[in-house]
Design a binder for this molecule. Structure first.
Ligand SMILES: [Zn+2]
Length: 414
């Protein structure tokens, strides 16, 4: 209690000195209807801030910095941790975390200095030329097809290396084949058993050596019982399938590579295998952008929020997704983070490829996370279709869809 009192008192003085107009404290119970750009729970009060400041840094300046760190993990993993402040699933702590080996893959600790504040996306500062022509394309996204694929995938307990994971693999492979994609697989070993990435390629008609990757993990995990993994991550893999279904009806200038990874839950093994194969074949310069999706079907409330995550060097890619969300899924409130962590975008980013993750902003409070209760009934059709529309429009922009007018123009005048 004493600690909390000091924090609040210190925040008040910071408020006067540093961020008089940027942050203010309010009683939590009075703030339930507020939709501030950032809110940080401090004791029983909320610190509400605009985005031009980083309250995690500003409000805790007087602490010994070496003891403070930011932790990001599912709330289930952090039950026993004392949080000094919290926002968007990131928490300020001043203690060490003793994670069990299997869970360390999903806990990210960031030094306070390296932490970049989560921003509410500002679309007004972005103006993408030609980003307005994809309405009929995004209208082809069918949330019912996506949902039906989630239900099918969730009928298998898709733990990496298990026979049920392998049934799902065969089903995904058949889906890619039915779409006339060029299908291949990558086998690798997880915990002593073979498991597989499934890849489907549509070659670009003009720039086949410019590659755009759309990926999501298909494996699932659970602390006990079955691992239906509907939200985590049948939602993402079915999203890859739904985007592939729409894309294969069109021609794109660049090559599009669809991939459902296995081995994500054991530490991003499948996406690392993919990245290593790209590098060992000397193809890393061909990879222009990588759109990954993890947990893209859950909302804890009636709002629809998307968290985009990449490194700060990929702001241009963030801007493309933000702008397309604003045009084609205006129902979404978009947040951006440049602290990439814990999903299949990370191996690409770590190897200087341009990866970005789309994830539900509420992922860290999803009650079915890594449980046998991660079932299709927890899926929100709208949450999923807004995120899929955002990613599909961004892909059409990046990989340059060749629209009917362009084809007519090419045929008639060239
Ligand atoms: Zn996941």
């Amino acid at each position: 209690m004493k600690l909390i009192f000091i924090v609040v008192a210190f925040t008040l003085s910071q408020q006067e000195v540093v961020a008089e107009e940027k942050c203010h404290l309010t009683n939590k119970s009075q703030a339930t209807d507020l939709k501030p750009s950032s809110q940080y729970l401090i004791g029983q009060e909320l610190l509400i801030c605009s985005h031009s400041t980083n309250p995690f840094k500003e409000s805790f300046k007087s602490y010994d910095k070496s003891t403070l760190k930011i932790v990001r993990a599912h709330d289930q993993e952090l039950k026993k941790i004392n949080k000094l402040a919290s926002a968007h699933g990131y928490h300020l702590i001043n203690q060490d975390i003793d994670c069990q080996k299997s869970h360390c893959n999903h806990i990210n600790i960031i030094s306070l200095d390296a932490f970049n504040n989560i921003q509410k996306a500002n679309t007004k500062s972005i103006n993408l030329k030609g980003a307005n022509n994809f309405q009929s394309l995004v209208n082809e996204i069918n949330p019912l097809t996506w949902q039906s694929d989630i239900i099918t995938l969730s009928s298998w307990s898709r733990v990496s290396g298990s026979s049920e994971n392998n049934f799902a693999k065969t089903w995904i492979e058949n889906k890619f084949n039915q779409l006339n994609l060029q299908v291949s697989t990558q086998n690798f070993i997880v915990n002593g058993n073979f498991t597989t990435n499934i890849i489907g390629v549509q070659a670009g008609s003009i720039k086949p050596d410019d590659w755009y990757i759309v990926g999501a993990h298909m494996d699932s995990t659970s602390s006990s019982g079955d691992s239906p993994g509907a939200v985590d991550n049948a939602s993402g893999c079915a999203g890859v399938l739904e985007m592939a279904r729409v894309v294969t009806g069109h021609t794109f200038s660049s090559t599009i590579i669809f991939i459902c990874y296995s081995g994500e839950e054991q530490g991003l093994i499948g996406s690392n295998v993919h990245v290593n194969s790209i590098i060992s074949n000397g193809n890393q310069n061909k990879v222009k952008a990588v759109l990954t999706m993890d947990m893209v079907g859950y909302t804890s409330n009636t709002n629809h929020e998307l968290l985009l995550e990449t490194s700060s060097s990929n702001q241009w890619l963030m801007d493309i997704l933000v702008q397309n969300a604003a045009i084609y899924a205006p129902e979404l409130t978009v947040y951006t983070s440049t602290n990439p962590f814990g999903s299949d975008h990370v191996p690409y980013i770590n190897n200087n490829m341009h990866g970005i993750l789309s994830i539900d902003e509420d992922w860290n409070v999803y009650p079915g996370y890594h449980r046998s209760t991660d079932l299709p009934e927890n899926i929100s059709l709208n949450q999923g279709q807004y995120i899929l529309k955002t990613n599909l429009a961004a892909l059409a922009h990046l990989a340059e869809i060749i629209q009917n007018e362009d084809v007519l123009f090419n045929n008639d005048f060239e």
